[in-house]
Design a protein around this ligand. Sequence first.
Ligand SMILES: C[S@@+](CC[C@H](N)C(=O)[O-])C[C@H]1O[C@@H](n2cnc3c(N)ncnc32)[C@H](O)[C@@H]1O
Length: 408
Amino acid sequence: MQKQTNPEQAKNSFPEPSAEVKAHSDQLKQLIQDAIKAQDGKITFADYMNMALYAPGLGYYSAGLKKFGKQGDFITAPEISPLFSQCLALQCIHIMQQSNQQVLLEVGAGSGIMAIELVLELEKQAKLPEQYLILELSAELRDRQQQAIKARLPHLYERFMWLDCLPEKPFSGIVIANELLDAMPVHMLKLEQDTTRERYVALDDNNNFIWLDDSPENPRLQKIAENIRAVQQPLAHLNDKPDQPYITEVNLQAIDWIKSIADILTAGAILLVDYGYTAQEYYHPQRSMGTLMCHYQRHRHDDPFYLPGLQDITAHIDFSSIAQAANDCGLKVCGFTTQAHFLMAGGLVELTKNLDPDDIIHFTEVARQIKMLTLPEEMGELFKVILLAKDKTLSLPAFKLQNFQNRL
Ligand SMILES: C[S@@+](CC[C@H](N)C(=O)[O-])C[C@H]1O[C@@H](n2cnc3c(N)ncnc32)[C@H](O)[C@@H]1O
């Protein structure tokens, strides 16, 4: 369960950025260095990650780099296959019917491909929503989404609307997001035997970013650290390095985001797909280096200080904390399962039953896509889907094969 990458070794084999791209990273580096100096020499890792990903015009998601897809740094499920978005569309139809919803809100829409395929499927099923709203933090991606949707769905473009912030209360609809929560900035904790430290970002004598461990300033982190220790206690016998500190991440923004959605939602549901675990798996004593991960041109490694702005930084999701936040603010958890189970029970079989096996090229390509989405060693098991509902319990076919919500 430990991450195996050796950052120094790994980075030697990475492609060198061009001088222009490197200058872009240096500009962002300078901005973060200035922020550290302005704040008495240290910022939280969440602040570092927020700037590295979202600093206007410079952050990884805010600048014009090609991030997703075959030429990007990583590939997400909707980029792999339209089948992913089509299955989501079929489940949205069930939600629309059970809770009488006519509006979809996608948060963090990336290239816009999921919106396109999902709406195309809804159109095919004669179940178009009145509106498809998109809330996207990155101005650059928002622009890219608008261009892509205008090009592929000119006849439906007027149903789309981009928001600058969450809709005002009362909002009723279906909120969907794929790989949103893992792109939110996390705090880093270092649990020692009796002490909890937060990992801040500081500068060494040469102005390079370094870790600096100190007391957490936010009291919520102390409370969460206690909860983590409580989860770990029954598993203590599995810890083969009890004297070593335990490093992990806490995604306060994801918890707050769930609370803000619960606050505006008067009826409807939230369907989230992301990679992660239940708390017991997440805080397993053997996962002692956490789940923080960076993607640079299809290379995975664990050094978040490498070329800020040119690489993605992400952490897995603790779905128990998402369920807890939902319960705390009046949402019901109606389903939790793996991506493979969700897709298998959620329409994948029906959607592919008319494939022509004699069209070998197409058939093989679709088979490859299904393998990537569902095999346990690809995305099938690590990625999970959680369904939260506001007004009542919802029952979707996609959770009928396996529903693991009692493990949360
Ligand atoms: C990992 S990408 C996933 C993109 C897309 N959903 C996909 O599956 O290909 C994360 C996306 O979430 C956006 N994002 C991150 N935090 C956000 C927030 N608080 N509100 C809206 N969008 C956000 C990013 O700009 C980016 O578009």
